[in-house]
Design a protein around this ligand. Sequence first.
Ligand SMILES: C[S@@+](CC[C@H](N)C(=O)[O-])C[C@H]1O[C@@H](n2cnc3c(N)ncnc32)[C@H](O)[C@@H]1O
Length: 241
Amino acid sequence: MSQAYREDLAYIHNAGFGHFARAAAGLLLRELCRIHVSCGLVVDLACGSGMLAKQVSEAGFGVFGIDISPAMIALAKKQAPRATFRNESLFHAELPPCVAVTAVGECFNFLFDKTHSKAALAKVLRRIYKALALGGILLFDIATPGRVPEGVRRLHVEGDDWAVFVTATENRRRRLLTRKITSFVKVGDLYRRDYEQHRLQLLTAATVDKELRDIGFLVRRLNRYEKLRFPPGYVGFLARK
Ligand SMILES: C[S@@+](CC[C@H](N)C(=O)[O-])C[C@H]1O[C@@H](n2cnc3c(N)ncnc32)[C@H](O)[C@@H]1O
């Protein structure tokens, strides 16, 4: 299983980077209400620490979350006790019948699973279509070329008991985004240091859009979840079966 999003980075993601999951959960619940769906199962692919799962299960839906990181799954189980979770790659997971599927936070871009490929992604999208009820919703976002317009970006974010330093580099020719992440988490009186390197395959919105339409989805592109506007190189999709 993947060595990414180990204990400290999973903690930091949960403590400081929940705005996308929470805004996406709000949008999903609003859309489900609009189409008069008030119960059923929501499958959250790459569910992370369970922030979306918590909101959606508290609204009365069943939630089944899948994530490749054992540390994220451990947090999710605590955060959303009514939901069920499985530690596996979304590229291999069997999907149960459901009313909605979410994949929030560039989940289809990460190269943690070595079997990641365009064909593997197309297969997942087809599996999602099959699992969804007629009228069901697929909500997700992707990182596209131009995610780091300046080529290299350095970022520093901190909370009360953690800090993270990220150097993101975009290789335009290979459509590859690399994030070198150094994290510090307070343990007792000291700070524990860890390092992770994440690689993401950038996907073009046009390719994903066409793939979805070829499968049979009705597709709407998004530039925001609720009030949360996406940064450059970030595209959302709200697709319906
Ligand atoms: C940026 S986080 C987003 C987490 C969560 N969806 C959220 O919005 O808070 C990306 C997540 O994708 C997961 N992930 C990446 N590749 C995956 C894969 N192939 N299968 C399952 N999970 C994956 C990571 O472990 C991580 O939890």
